[in-house]
Design a protein around this ligand. Structure first.
Ligand SMILES: Nc1ncnc2c1ncn2[C@@H]1O[C@H](COP(=O)(O)OP(=O)(O)O)[C@@H](O)[C@H]1O
Ligand SMILES: [Mg+2]
Length: 298
């Protein structure tokens, strides 16, 4: 069960030549625990992006961030969704905030260090958002260099962190374009159901436009299947289709469907704190190790 949730299937071969394969049959690479870092920064910035809602962007931001922090990486979570779900999910009360990312990007003279707050988890800080941010989308339209407002706002702390994860809102609007302009890489969480595939082509097109016009170094780090149900053929078929269409952009790691994720959100904790021994926590630790192994995270 654990192996399946981790996206591994142990193929029935003799013990001395046992090969561990992922759900599409590729041999799993070794994913060792990352070596401790002697020094920190500059950060690699990764945007969690999919214009569809409810696919696991926020869950991935919080739990990948917590796992990288567990491995000693200094991590900043950037909540860039007016819903503020990443802030709430890490224990921040959005109504008690004097300053949010809205003030940082829309007002002059706001210091990012006055806006970010420690999450209570070692090595993990958060740049919080609340509903105020919904006004920014409209207000930014008239700004000079409106697509690179977030990139400029993050610059002063880039040397303080190893990884900065941006939780995007479910749209391809100006806030998301700002996240893609600020980012080095994009991680695409994809819910394991057929209609989920439809939006990916449009998302990839948007990413390519941003690469052409605004951020030539932008890479797609990977597609992460989420809410995978090992009991259904359907989940497996969706992942196979993603592999066919996108090849090794499909990560080896997959995230199984489990109620522990919504439960952890209600508890306002990452799964690594809420249920550290659960396969869901192991799945996000594996994702963290895979990104480090691919060079997508420090
Ligand atoms: N792997 C999973 N298994 C079960 N539920 C999940 C999983 N990942 C996320 N969820 C739940 O699905 C809902 C949407 O997830 P969320 O991360 O908020 O998506 P998004 O940010 O893309 O809108 C939340 O209630 C969350 O707790
Ligand atoms: Mg979200």
């Amino acid at each position: 069960m654990t192996d399946i949730l981790l996206g591994k299937a142990v193929v029935g071969a003799p013990a001395d030549s046992e090969i561990v394969r992922d759900v599409v049959g590729r041999a799993m690479p070794e994913l060792p625990e990352p070596a401790p870092l002697a020094s920190h920064g500059p950060a690699r910035i990764i945007a969690m992006c999919n214009q569809k809602g409810g696919v696991g962007k926020t869950t991935t931001t919080i739990n990948l961030g917590a796992c990288l922090a567990e491995y000693g990486r200094k991590v900043l979570l950037v909540d860039f969704d007016p819903q503020g779900a990443a802030s709430v999910g890490i224990g921040v009360n959005p109504h008690e905030l004097d300053l949010t990312i809205y003030n940082l990007i829309m007002e002059r003279g706001v210091d990012i260090r006055d806006v970010l707050i420690p999450s209570g988890i070692e090595n993990l800080d958060v740049l919080p958002a609340n509903i105020d941010l919904s006004a920014a989308e409209v207000q930014l339209v008239g700004e000079v260099a409106r697509e690179s407002v977030l990139a400029r706002a993050l610059r002063p702390v880039i040397d303080d962190y190893d990884v900065i994860l941006i939780d995007c809102q479910p749209s391809l609007g100006l806030l998301t374009v700002n996240a893609l302009t600020a980012a080095h890489g994009v991680l695409i969480p994809l819910e394991c159901e057929f209609f989920a595939l439809r939006g990916v082509a449009l998302l990839v097109e948007t990413i390519e436009k941003v690469r052409d016009r605004l951020n030539p170094a932008l890479e797609i780090d990977g597609i992460l299947p989420t809410m995978y149900d090992s009991r259904t053929l359907h989940s497996r078929e969706v992942v196979a289709r993603v592999h066919e269409a996108f090849g090794d952009t499909l990560l080896h790691s997959i995230i199984g469907r489990t109620v522990k994720f919504p439960d952890a959100t209600v508890a306002a904790e990452p799964i690594t704190a809420y249920a550290p021994g659960h396969p869901g926590a192991a799945a996000y630790r594996q994702l963290a190790r895979e990104l480090v192994a691919r060079g997508d995270a420090a």
